[in-house]
Ligand binder design. Structure first.
Ligand SMILES: [Fe+2]
Length: 456
């Protein structure tokens, strides 16, 4: 009786490996009918594998939703699916959801009586469309069913999935854990203060893989201007976007992604504030000291040599429950420095729970990437993180990745010799940044860490 149309427009994505067009989810409707274009990217999760649903000219894709699985008492299956981001694009699709979710109704739905027998007792209790769309399927499972061992057909709702991307493990805002905030004020003048700061950075890098820095020397007005520039760029006409748009953005575009292999260029981003410290290099100094190494050690290893900058714009999402701004992933680089706006949504997986990284005015979020975990021989931690979609917005962020990425380099990285001992033998084999990033990209997001494949 109810029908909701959602029209999707996924722009061509410069970094498909860091993004999903639509994260893994099931539909909460009875039935969905999708018209997709020729670009492709839609996948369905069958037998532990992602299977492509290739575009067929003139075809419509039909899929069972959660409510049909419920009333069919698991006879029909609401299967997880996702849309991969694509270099090509834009990808456009029109999805029609058969559901009265937005029209208040007290009509009750439970497993259809004619389908129920002694051998096939109801697996779900009765619910309304409104309740089922705002509740996780496990919460609707009948009491008896909650006590049963889950049969394989119910796998989509089992505990491991509940701990995955669309889990409700963390209730944003209610957790009491905080990512450390490091105040850099006075760090260069006071050696005792610097030692304290290094201790905090070490502790944060070992336990969280994340920290925020304040008083880093980049004025708030510059940070605001960067975020405004991203907003302006994404909100102008497509034609202007391609030609470079506003003055501020013209430095960074048209690719939206700037990869620089030359130290001078890399520094120019951080040195755009006259007289201030070079924040990227300074962070590597603190991290070197946190590893009890010479302050220039990581810089001498060329960890700060390459810089890739990504500008994200997440529009306000009408269906935040069905979407993640960015799926769970760890970064493949050495270090990431993120400027996020006031909207929030970034979370880190810490001690098996999702913890908010709340926007702190003027702060930059710093996180350890896989390559720094590798060369620190697991002393520092590359943590998984994600961005929740939000119905307020747009959310804007600027992420700076310290990596030489796909630029050809034969430089070999392995666990730093000075950190190794008989008690701490190397945990990873040696690799190049290119080899690691190719492996990371080929592996894709959402699975096990790409780092595991380099463990000795
Ligand atoms: Fe990331």
């Amino acid at each position: 009786m109810g029908l909701t149309f959602v029209c999707h427009y996924y722009p061509a994505c410069p970094e498909p490996e860091l993004t999903l067009g639509a994260s893994k989810h099931t539909d909460d409707a009875f039935l969905t009918v999708v018209l997709q274009d020729q670009i492709g990217g839609l996948q369905v999760f069958i037998n532990d594998k992602w299977i492509n649903i290739p575009p067929v000219p003139g075809a419509l894709v039909v899929n069972i939703g959660d409510l049909l699985q419920l009333i069919s008492n698991d006879k029909f299956k609401s299967v997880e699916h996702r849309v991969l981001a694509n270099h090509k694009g834009p990808r456009a699709s029109v999805a029609c959801f058969f559901s009265t979710s937005l029209a208040p109704s007290s009509k009750l739905y439970g497993p259809i009586k004619d389908l129920i027998s002694e051998d096939n007792p109801p697996k779900y209790r009765e619910t309304t469309v409104q309740e089922s769309t705002s509740t996780s399927p496990t919460e609707i499972a009948s009491e008896e069913e909650q006590n049963y061992d889950k049969i394989s057909d119910l796998k989509a709702f089992d505990e491991t999935k509940a701990a995955d991307e669309f889990d409700k493990v963390s209730d944003p805002g209610k957790n009491e854990l905080y990512v450390p905030v490091v105040d850099l004020d006075g760090v260069e003048k006071d050696t005792i203060l610097r030692k304290n700061i290094v201790d905090i950075v070490r502790d944060a890098s070992e336990t969280w893989g994340f920290f925020q820095v304040i008083n880093h020397g980049i004025p708030d007005t510059v940070l605001e201007e960067m975020l405004d520039g991203v907003r302006r760029f994404y909100e102008q006409d497509t034609e202007d976007q391609l030609t470079g748009g506003t003055q501020l953005i013209a430095i960074w575009l048209p690719t939206l992604r700037v990869q620089m292999n030359c130290q001078n260029h890399a520094e120019s981003f951080w040195l755009s504030i006259p007289g201030k410290r070079e924040l990227g290099r300074f962070l590597f100094e603190l991290l070197s000291e946190a590893l009890n190494l010479n302050p220039s050690h990581l810089i001498d290893m060329d960890c700060a040599k390459g810089l890739a900058i990504l500008y994200h714009y997440y529009p306000a999402c009408p269906e935040p429950k069905l979407t993640l701004g960015a799926s769970k992933h760890a970064d493949y680089d050495f270090l990431t420095v993120l400027l996020q706006d006031h909207i929030g949504g970034l979370q880190v997986l810490h001690q098996n729970q999702w913890v908010d990284i709340p926007p702190v005015p003027g702060a930059l979020v710093v996180n350890i990437g896989d390559l720094l975990q590798l060369i620190s021989n697991d002393k520092f931690k590359s943590s998984q993180h994600r961005v929740l979609a939000n119905n307020v917005g747009p959310r804007v962020s600027v992420a700076s990745f310290f990596t030489t990425g796909l630029m050809p380099s034969s430089k070999i990285y392995g666990p730093i010799k000075e950190l190794l001992s008989q008690d701490n033998p190397p945990k990873y084999k040696e690799t190049t940044v290119t080899e690691y990033s190719l492996h990371y990209n080929a592996k894709g997001l959402g699975g096990t860490s790409a780092l595991l494949d380099f463990r000795l």
